[in-house]
Design a protein around this ligand. Structure first.
Ligand SMILES: C[S@@+](CC[C@H](N)C(=O)[O-])C[C@H]1O[C@@H](n2cnc3c(N)ncnc32)[C@H](O)[C@@H]1O
Ligand code: SF4
Length: 406
């Protein structure tokens, strides 16, 4: 289904968007993602597009990277214009964005403001590793217009952090959350991972307690995914570490949800809890609503009006393409109406608000009745015309989604 599109086709028209993708630009929420592909070391479980070397080539080294990302932002503004969509969210992710000087991240944001109309209430998030921020760098980011910090904590247990190859101490993430609040960030998130080999129920309870004792308004908790090709996967296959079983993962999720709900954090997506609507991550909501976003950086994915494309993965290839005035897109696909409808269902079903039953096919609606009978979808919401997962449904979210979309 891959389609060669003008975006990729011609070196002389390197960033052209087809007219079909432009429809709805003005009315669909629009976000920018900026990928920063650097980490000090690679965590054993992680297969994100990130590099530990600082010798990646001209334009791709850390010191030059902000300038290269800005070059793509300029192309993006050219391609999307002349009637540019208003930026409602910016998300700088990685990798470790905070390995770049705060001034570089500030320069990227300043350029976005130069190039695009930006909403008055724009949400601007940066991901950050706890050991890479200081009170000074956080103050600089806040002053530059960042509104939200998302810190990778993963666990409060030292031996769990060791299995994950994290570089920070158990207390550092919570300390960094305090520093972010002191720097004026109203919105602070901590990411947790559960199900790490060797993690006990008590370790997980202690991680949740540590998060709740910190000044955050948002928590993301992800089951550890053992990605092929990672050091963690090799250690498990050699028998050095045990594989966590699905029942333990389900127990951990139930424990997290109960603890977080009791403390006033409400789930709004299967893996995300917030203290209220204002604390939700609007950038992720934009993804889940299948809205429009441009992803800047090596390996970054974009979606505009049913056209999806992704950039070349290596930072050197990415920088070379931009230096030559070419699109860094490696490939693209034009989603059919049916593909888009399916994606909307798959993303929407994971949300607290669920989705209207009439978004489902006739067979899907029939199966939704069965899912209500099985205790997987909420009966009241179903009677009101929506498909919303029950607590048990959330544990089996992937299976429910498969069943309703088959
Ligand atoms: C890719 S990291 C980027 C931010 C930052 N470098 C960090 O580590 O916090 C974003 C989040 O993805 C999650 N993550 C990455 N790999 C994962 C995996 N294999 N299983 C579960 N969660 C994962 C972690 O919770 C991490 O905080
Ligand atoms: S610091 Fe974050 S992005 Fe980097 S390797 Fe670890 S989990 Fe992946």
């Amino acid at each position: 289904m891959n389609t060669v599109l003008p975006l990729l086709e011609s070196p002389t028209r390197p960033f052209v968007l087809p007219d079909s993708a432009r429809e709805g630009l003005a009315t669909t929420p629009f976000g920018l993602y900026v990928h920063v592909p650097f980490c000090a070391t690679r965590c054993g479980y992680c297969d994100f597009n990130t590099y530990t070397s600082d010798e990646l080539g001209p334009g791709a080294n850390r010191a030059e990277y902000a300038g290269t990302a800005i070059a793509e932002l300029r192309r993006a503004a050219d391609a999307l214009g002349p009637d540019l969509p208003t930026v409602s969210t910016v998300f700088v992710g990685g990798g470790t964005p905070t390995l770049l000087p705060a001034d570089d991240l500030a320069a990227v944001l300043a350029e976005i403001r130069e190039l695009f109309p930006v909403a008055g209430d724009v949400e601007v998030t940066t991901e950050a590793n706890p050991e890479t921020v200081t009170p000074q760098s956080l103050a600089r980011l806040r002053e530059a217009g960042f509104t939200r910090v998302s810190l990778g904590m993963q666990s409060a247990a030292e031996h769990v952090l060791a299995v994950l190859d994290r570089r920070h101490t158990p207390g550092r993430a919570v300390e960094a959350a305090h520093e972010a609040r002191a720097a004026g960030f109203e919105h602070v998130n901590l990411d947790l991972i559960y199900g790490t080999p060797g993690e006990s129920d008590e370790d997980w309870a202690a991680s949740l307690d540590a998060v709740l004792a910190s000044p955050v308004d948002h928590v993301s908790a992800y089951a550890l995914i053992v990605e092929d090709g990672t050091r963690l996967a090799r250690r498990i296959s050699r028998g050095e570490l045990p594989m966590t079983d699905d029942d333990v993962l389900a127990d951990r999720y139930v424990q997290a949800d109960a603890t977080l709900q009791k403390a006033g954090f409400h789930w709004y997506e299967v893996s995300n809890w917030a203290t209220g609507d204002a604390a939700r991550c609007r950038h992720n909501e934009l993804y889940w609503a299948n809205a429009n976003w441009w992803g800047v950086g090596p390996g970054a994915h974009s979606h505009v009006g049913g056209l999806r494309w992704w950039n070349v993965r290596h930072p050197a290839a990415y920088a070379d393409r931009l230096a030559a005035g070419l699109s860094p897109a490696q490939d693209a696909e034009l989603l059919s109406e049916a593909d888009r409808a399916l994606e909307t269902i798959m993303l929407g079903l994971r949300l607290r608000d669920g989705l209207p039953l009439d978004a489902l096919s006739a067979i899907g609606r029939e199966r939704a009745r069965g899912a209500v009978a099985d205790g997987l979808l909420e009966p009241e919401a179903h009677a009101a015309g929506r498909a919303v997962l029950t607590d048990r449904g959330r544990l089996l979210a992937d299976a429910v989604i498969r069943d309703l979309t088959d």
